[in-house]
Design a protein around this ligand. Structure first.
Ligand SMILES: *Cc1c(COP(=O)(O)O)cnc(C)c1O
Length: 469
């Protein structure tokens, strides 16, 4: 056979599309045609570039069966969903790469009810006229925290941006050198300030800033005094920072608004759960500070959002800023946030139905019990993986509580001739996408971030990936 004869073996696109296996696939005709054309084009290129001694081999390769398999693979690869569920066994609760906070099944219906129907998003039912999308969650937040007013934007970065853009555009905002934070994903406080149009005035030194440092920097141009919670690093040793209360007193003296970027925003006192003290939202509010911003999907455990709470006169001013339109959240976020905030009125409910809080408050006994259940499920499978339970360490993550680890239980997976890396890669690439952690050359899954409802799936996947030989 000669090279040019190979081209004659290439079927027509129509011929492939008419094949019953292709016809049955649940993709549109346009996508099927596209995939088929591409597969046939690949073959054409292969022929063009092949040597004479490869002709025979290629000739047997070009047949309908092979082409149909390639078309199926291509359709599956290119047109299956890209956003996938993964199983988090890393022990990092607020894993930014894995989607930060989770929402509970118990609020599914409430959220779905709002997003699959028309709603009073911007409609006042009592008055029968236009309402405000910001009124809904705001009502709950005011009740929960006892603040004058609140505003919700896309995320905390947007919240900081909005405050600075509203009050300090073309003016000055004073911030401590010890608080020029960079959060993951290249969010840098100095860059956000610059984009907001505020001129950043740095005071103090990296490890020490006193209230006099702020006072000396105040000029006619000063529009905001700012505090940033150094959420992802710790200053230890010879350090000094100005308290919210001192800064608020200074702000009052010169009639300048004081804001705090609180970062995570916790509601419960974390010390009760063996974690270091993290300033709570209520503590910040009590200090009298004018505006506080925090994330919706860090320790609060809700959807991605930026929450601004504080004085009504300032919030009103921000509501009039045209840029708010570009930062606004949709009904999905508002519904999820309202469901989350409502849960906080009942502490037991919050611990049970806000996954982030639930994971943090799991006790060592509960973790051990869950480890035993999962181990038993895996032991009951026909797999060559051995499982044992060990003490481990979880982290909060999400740029919260730097360097702090707390006790957890893990299951360690081993197998003859299997390295930790091999187990890690196999389970990660499996259809369940199990993401574990390797420590001291051991592959482990942390019970704190695993969900009971995935246990059967995990055991089944381990059997699929590592059947007994
Ligand atoms: C996480 C964090 C941010 C950014 O919050 P997003 O909700 O991710 O935009 C800003 N400031 C601080 C101090 C943070 O910890």
């Amino acid at each position: 056979m000669q090279k040019k004869d190979l081209f004659k073996k290439i079927p027509q696109v129509e011929e492939i599309l008419k094949n019953s296996r292709i016809e049955e696939l649940d993709y549109s005709r346009t996508l099927k045609t596209k995939a088929t054309r591409e597969v046939l084009e690949d073959i054409r290129n292969k022929i063009i570039h092949c040597n004479e001694d490869e002709v025979e081999k290629l000739s047997t390769e070009i047949n309908d069966e092979n082409i149909i398999i390639k078309v199926e693979e291509r359709l599956y690869r290119e047109f299956s969903p890209s956003l996938l569920k993964v199983i988090n066994g890393t022990g990092t609760i607020l894993h930014t790469n894995l989607g930060r906070s989770l929402l509970d099944d118990s609020i599914k219906e409430d959220i779905w009810n709002i997003i699959s129907s028309y709603s009073n998003l911007e409609y006042d039912i009592a008055e029968g006229k236009r309402g405000s999308r910001y009124s809904h969650v705001t009502k709950m937040i005011k009740l929960l925290f006892g603040v004058e007013d609140a505003l919700i934007v896309n995320n905390n970065a947007a919240a900081v941006f909005l405050v600075l853009n509203t009050f300090a555009k073309d003016k000055e905002a004073i911030v401590s050198r010890g608080e020029l934070v960079e959060v993951g994903g290249a969010f840098r406080i100095p860059s956000v300030m610059a984009m907001s149009g505020a001129n950043l005035v740095e005071v103090g030194s990296t490890n020490k800033t006193r209230v006099e440092d702020y006072e000396e920097a105040i000029t006619e141009e000063t529009a905001v005094l700012m505090k940033v919670h150094t959420s992802n690093y710790k200053l230890i040793g010879f350090t000094d920072a100005v308290s919210n209360k001192e800064l608020k007193e200074l702000g009052d003296k010169y009639d300048i608004p004081v804001m705090e970027d609180l970062g995570s925003g916790v509601y419960f006192n974390m010390e009760e759960y063996g974690l270091p003290h993290e300033p709570t939202i209520s503590e910040s509010i009590k200090s009298g500070i004018d505006l506080i911003t925090f994330s919706g999907d860090k320790l609060l455990g809700g959807p991605q959002a930026g929450i601004i709470v504080g004085k009504k006169e300032y919030i009103d001013k921000m509501k009039k800023n045209q840029i708010l339109r570009a930062l606004r959240v949709d009904k999905f976020t508002l519904a999820a946030l309202e469901c989350t905030i409502r849960m906080y009125f009942d502490e037991e409910k919050a611990k049970k139905h806000i996954p982030t809080i639930r994971m943090i408050t799991l006790t060592p006994e509960e973790l051990f019990e869950r480890a035993e259940v999962l181990k038993e499920k895996i032991d009951g499978r026909d797999t060559r993986i051995n499982v044992y339970i060990e003490d481990g360490k979880s982290t909060v993550g999400g740029g919260s509580m730097p360097g702090e680890e707390f006790d957890s239980k893990v299951i360690v997976l081993t197998g003859d001739g299997l390295t930790a890396d091999k187990i890690e890669e196999t389970l990660r690439l499996s259809s369940s996408h199990i993401i574990g952690r390797i420590k001291d050359d051991k592959y482990m899954l942390d019970l704190r971030t695993l969900n009971d409802k995935d246990f059967d799936r995990i055991a089944e996947e381990i059997e699929n990936c590592f059947p007994r030989r």
